[in-house]
Design a protein around this ligand. Structure first.
Ligand SMILES: [Zn+2]
Length: 129
């Protein structure tokens, strides 16, 4: 899928602070999907667009490279019929461990920052009665 000028503009219009935070979201999406099946750049761009994120190849490919350097992603073996230049990535055991840690931390963070009222944990509730 081709990235349109409009998509690039949307990405460029994001305030720098928001973009800085979204970078982490995108990496978590990549870890998740690479754990399900090998992913490649254009597929990931389309998938992130489905989630409402407009990200250009110029942003995504360096992220994939950095994630590979971190040891979270590794090249996946090519399947018959795959274009020769398409580099596919799979999740490594290190990437899987990173994703597990992030999921725990995300859950904790969400409980903390979510504006929706949450029922108190049973142990905490007891103290008020
Ligand atoms: Zn997704």
């Amino acid at each position: 899928m081709r990235t349109t000028a409009k998509a690039r503009n949307n990405e460029d219009r994001q305030p720098p602070l928001l973009r800085e935070i979204l970078l982490s979201f995108w990496k978590i999406h990549i870890l998740h999907h690479a754990g399900e099946e090998p992913v490649y750049g254009q597929w990931m761009i389309a998938e992130l667009r489905r989630h409402g994120y407009e990200i250009s190849p110029g942003t995504l490919y360096p992220i994939l490279r950095r994630m590979e350097q971190q040891g979270w992603l590794a090249p996946a073996p090519k399947k018959k019929g795959d274009p020769a230049r398409r580099k596919q990535f799979r999740l490594t055991p290190q990437g899987k461990a990173a994703l597990r840690t992030i999921c725990r931390q995300l859950e904790e963070l969400y409980r903390e920052v979510s504006p929706a009222p949450r029922p108190a944990a049973p142990a905490a509730r007891k103290r008020f009665y």
